[in-house]
Design a protein. Structure first.
Length: 121
């Protein structure tokens, strides 16, 4: 059974303008300072922040880096992790499921005891 292809989204459809503006403001940079760091023109930064244009993904990474953020961009298929976890859970035998459940309960109880001992949380 083939998975239906999801509609493709463009970077311009995200609120990249607000992201750029907030990152720049948090870094304490003017539009001109950010433009100089990239390098580009102040008018280009202004267009990005007003949502009139959107930078390419690699440029967005450079913008965030110039503002002191580490741009950790990872591209993967949607739900790949969840699908592998579901497949692994479904492959367990009833005994393995019970053992897994008991380990989760044990971890929860250990965390609760640690919280009571430390008074944290």
């Amino acid at each position: 059974m083939a998975m239906a292809e999801l509609p493709r989204r463009r970077l311009a459809d995200l609120d990249v303008a607000a992201l750029i503006r907030r990152a720049r403001e948090q870094a304490g940079l003017t539009q001109q300072q950010l433009a100089d760091a990239l390098p580009t023109k102040q008018s280009v930064v202004s267009r990005w922040e007003r949502g009139l244009d959107a930078p390419r993904v690699d440029t967005l990474a450079r913008i965030l880096y110039a503002c002191g953020f580490e741009a950790d961009l990872t591209f993967r298929r949607l739900d790949d992790v969840d699908r592998s976890q579901i497949a692994a859970a479904l492959a367990r035998t009833p005994a393995e499921r019970a053992e897994y459940f008991e380990s989760v309960v044990d971890a929860y109880e250990a965390a609760r005891r640690a919280k009571q001992l430390t008074g944290v949380g």
